[in-house]
Design a protein around this ligand. Sequence first.
Ligand code: GLP
Length: 240
Amino acid sequence: MKIIRDTQRNCARMAAEEYRKLLNENPHCVLGLATGSTPEMLYEELVALCKAGKLSFKDVTTYNLDEYVGLDGSHPQSYRYFMDSHLFNLVDIDKTRTHVPCGIGVTDEMAAHYDDEIKQAGGVDLQLLGIGHDGHIGFNEPHDAFDLGTHCVDLAQETIEANKRFFDGNEDLVPKQAYTMGIKTIMQARKVLMVANGKGKADIVKKAFFGPVTPEVPASILQMHPDFILVGDEEALSEI
Ligand code: GLP
């Protein structure tokens, strides 16, 4: 595990540099992408690099971590909408090569097919992650089994509360389930990059990376990943 500590902006720049290198070395790479407020600054940096001609998404394939059950891509709080507005619509990517789990009309079997698609595309070269306050990655909540692929989850109350800020502060509007890549899917990525910002993440960052590896703290499994980088600001890393 490699840990990088700097200001939020510098963390976003360093993370963007990882992408610049990867996309220049391997223009056909497969990216695992994430949503939430944490990656927003990184996406800004990627858009700026693309506009400056320093990287191109032209031949890149992407797979997002997760999507709320019941929201289609035109819903402003869907993760498809987030990705389109923060990255895909702003860079030279071929949108037909961008994948976000579908939130509507999906059976468990169809959800599991997401893992087959990723495999057929060659597997994820670089998986981006944030971390939830309860240690979730993607939407793999505490106690979810480590050996699951893409599946449907019930969101933890803590996650519903944390995410209600995106739904006019109204908990009732937050979907209660989501489709998420499983921990198994995430761990199969060749490299994993987690960004963590702010005081609110300090306790969970300590538990996840300096405590036992346990399904109670889903992110703790990343201690076992052979190529994992944690990039965080002073506040998020203040307890380690
Ligand atoms: C959501 C997403 C996660 C994200 C987490 C933290 O629940 N499914 O992928 O890491 O929230 O979000 P934020 O970055 O806004 O703190």
